[in-house]
Design a protein around this ligand. Sequence first.
Ligand SMILES: NC(=O)c1ccc[n+]([C@@H]2O[C@H](COP(=O)([O-])OP(=O)(O)OC[C@H]3O[C@@H](n4cnc5c(N)ncnc54)[C@H](O)[C@@H]3O)[C@@H](O)[C@H]2O)c1
Length: 249
Amino acid sequence: MKVGITGAEGRIGGYLRAGLDAGHEITSLTLTPQQFESTVVDISDAEAMSGVFYGLDAVIHLAGDPSPAGSWESMLKNNIVGTFNVLEEARRAGVKKVVFASTNHTQHGETMGDSPNVLGTSQRVMLRLGDYFNPSSIYGASKATGEIYGRLFARHHGVQFVAMRIGAIGDDDSPVRAVGRPSEDYVRAMYLSRRDLVTAFQKALEIDREFTLAYVISNNGRRIFDLRETNEVLGFYPQDDAETFFRAE
Ligand SMILES: NC(=O)c1ccc[n+]([C@@H]2O[C@H](COP(=O)([O-])OP(=O)(O)OC[C@H]3O[C@@H](n4cnc5c(N)ncnc54)[C@H](O)[C@@H]3O)[C@@H](O)[C@H]2O)c1
C-alpha cells in the first residue's frame, strides 16, 4: 500500500516509519527538510497542500501541535485548519483512507488531573468510545473537531476515516519515568508502548470501514478506556501493560 505520513519527522512518525510493515511504500511529509527524503509542506497552507497526496492509497495524519497546554492560535492553525486541509486534499486526490492521530484528551473532562485523586484505583471509571466528547483542553477540543470533520468526509465525501485516540507515548518506551510524579496515575492508565502503537496503526491501514473510532493504549491494568469495541472493530489486542513496569520497579 502507498502510505503518506504527515508529521513524519515527529516522535510517533519516527516509530511508525521504523515499525510499519516493510510491504508499505511510505511517503513522508514534514514541516521542514529532514535527513530522510520528505515532501516539505505546511498543512495549514491549503494552496501548498495541493497535489501532495496524489497516488497515495492512505494517509496517516500525525502533523499538528501535540501539546495539551497549547494556545488557541496554534490549535486553530495546526490542528483544526491543518486537519481540514488534509481531509480536503485526500478527497481531491482520491485517497481511500485517512488514519488520524486523535487523543485520549477528547474525553478527559472529568478524569484528567493530578494523581492520586482522579485516576487512582479508588476512582475507577470505564469510558467508552461512544461517550460524548468531554475534552480537558483546547487541544482535546481541537482533536474532537478533527474527528467530526473526519466523520463528515467519511459519510459524504468517500474518504474512510479512522480516529485513533492515542494514549501516552514518550521518548522512552517505559512508563516508569512517571513514578512519584503528579502524572503517575494518568500514565498508568494511558501508557502506550511502541509495539502496541505500531500494531494499532498497522490494523488501521488494513480495515475496510467507513468510519472508525479506536482507543490506542496498551492493555493497562489501570486503564479507564474500555477496549472491547476497539478489539472487535480494529482487531487490535494490545500486548503490553504499564503495571508490568511499575511492578518491576
Ligand atoms: N505522543 C503522544 O503521547 C500523543 C498522544 C495522543 C495524540 N498524539 C498526537 O499524535 C501526533 C504526533 O504526536 P508526536 O508525539 O509525534 O508529536 P511531535 O510534535 O513529535 O510530532 C508532530 C509533528 O507535526 C509537525 N507539524 C506541526 N504542525 C505542522 C504543520 N502546520 N504542518 C506540517 N507539519 C506540522 C511537527 O513538525 C512535528 O514534527 C500529534 O498530532 C499528537 O497530537 C500524540
